[in-house]
Design a protein around this ligand. Structure first.
Ligand code: OSB
Ligand code: MG
Length: 368
């Protein structure tokens, strides 16, 4: 694969409704989309899932743009690649910046699969063709939360993830979860609990949650291990898993039992696949998290979700859950609680340039 041209697009898109967690209220989504063209005219796409400010991880849209522009794109423009893993090798001189790296790694995987004339999910060894949909409820108050849950159940979602914090009411959650015995409920604390409030976290153990995502901050994996050993609900680590080594660390500290995979957080699909294979051998279930993203990133998540080590429905909602207009086409739709994987070569989506133009903040082209 020889990259001839790269285009970066920065966009800003309003969310259809506010996304509220104890860390941040997200009202609009800034993102970077990347398009690579190789010497045979194949077009590969990627999406950088960093946010406008560093509330979830250190990277931001601005830092990712800088890393892509100054170091990553020049490095790939002058390096023929025979496999997507080679991208990571040619970017090892850049520390961190996982979300920016992931966007490049993804675009190369897209081209690589196109050259084999196969859908990406098949190229990486995926087996399931229909992915179970899951939705996140991040409402500002209880009333809205109940309304959104009811709506999600009616729409056929098999799994609902609720954002929890120290101020959530476990008794009320338990009653509500009992009303929907067919639906899996996950909790996501985004690190809201501390050593001082461990006893509060323990009161969520009777709620009926299938798992609790990231109860403590990523700096508190030892504490997470102590808490996990005192509770029956398994913990799924999100923020704590930024690399393969972090997974080994989870096993060592028993700080969690399940992995949330976000390819952006671990630097792309190549690293995600290594983690997948390790987890499958070690018997650690994986599920696939979301980042309030557009169809490009979702399409890569869906391909990953078809792997046999992925055990729970992930953050897979219809494009219309967040967006009036997605930036990728075809748009992702949930039908009977499932999303069908594409049969077209590559990741199966391309940029919708008409829509991108409407939301574009800036754009830059790079040539070999
Ligand atoms: O913690 O899983 C998280 C969104 C943005 C940043 C972090 C998280 C989330 C979500 C998933 O909860 C939302 C989605 O479906 O995209
Ligand atoms: Mg999370």
């Amino acid at each position: 694969i020889q990259i001839q041209r790269v285009t970066l697009y920065q966009v800003r898109v309003p969310l259809r409704k506010p996304f509220t967690t104890h860390l941040q209220e997200v009202l609009e989504r800034e993102s970077i989309l990347i398009e690579l063209i190789d010497d045979q005219g194949n077009i590969g796409v990627g999406e950088c899932v960093a946010f406008s400010s560093p509330w979830y991880t250190e990277e931001t849209v601005e830092t990712a743009w800088l890393a892509l522009e100054n170091w990553m794109i020049p490095a790939i423009l002058n390096n023929p690649l025979s496999h997507p893993d080679d991208v990571d090798s040619c970017l090892t001189f850049i520390k961190g910046n996982h979300m920016a790296k992931s966007a490049v790694n993804h675009a190369i995987w897209d081209i690589y699969a196109q050259k084999q004339q196969k859908p990406l999910w098949q190229v990486i060894g995926g087996t399931s063709q229909a992915i179970e949909a899951g939705i996140v409820v991040a409402a500002a108050n209880d009333e809205e939360m109940y309304a959104e849950i009811e709506d999600a159940v009616l729409k056929g979602y098999k799994r609902i993830k609720l954002k929890i914090s120290q101020s959530s009411n476990p008794k009320k959650l338990q009653e509500m979860i009992a009303l929907y015995p067919q639906t899996l409920f996950f909790a996501d604390a985004n690190g809201a609990f501390t050593e001082e409030t461990l006893h509060l976290l323990q009161t969520f153990d009777e709620c009926g949650f299938t798992l609790i995502e990231q109860p403590f901050s990523e700096q508190q994996n030892k504490l997470s291990g102590i808490a996990q050993r005192s509770m029956k609900t398994p913990f799924a680590l999100d923020e704590s898993i930024a690399s393969f080594q972090d997974v080994e660390d989870m096993v060592d500290h028993q700080s969690g039992k399940i992995i949330v995979m976000k390819q952006g957080r671990v630097g792309g699909l190549s690293n995600a696949l290594r983690i997948h294979d390790y987890c499958e051998k070690a018997g650690i279930p994986i599920w696939v998290g979301g980042m309030i993203e557009f169809g490009v990133s979702k399409a890569f998540n869906l391909a990953f979700a078809s792997l046999s080590g992925v055990k729970f429905p992930g953050d897979f909602s219809s494009s219309s859950h967040f967006w009036d207009h997605d930036l990728a086409e075809p748009t992702i739709d949930v039908q009977q609680g499932e999303i069908q994987l594409p049969s077209t070569p590559g990741v199966g989506v391309s940029l919708n340039h008409k829509i991108i133009e409407q939301y574009e903040v800036k754009r830059k082209l790079f040539y070999a």
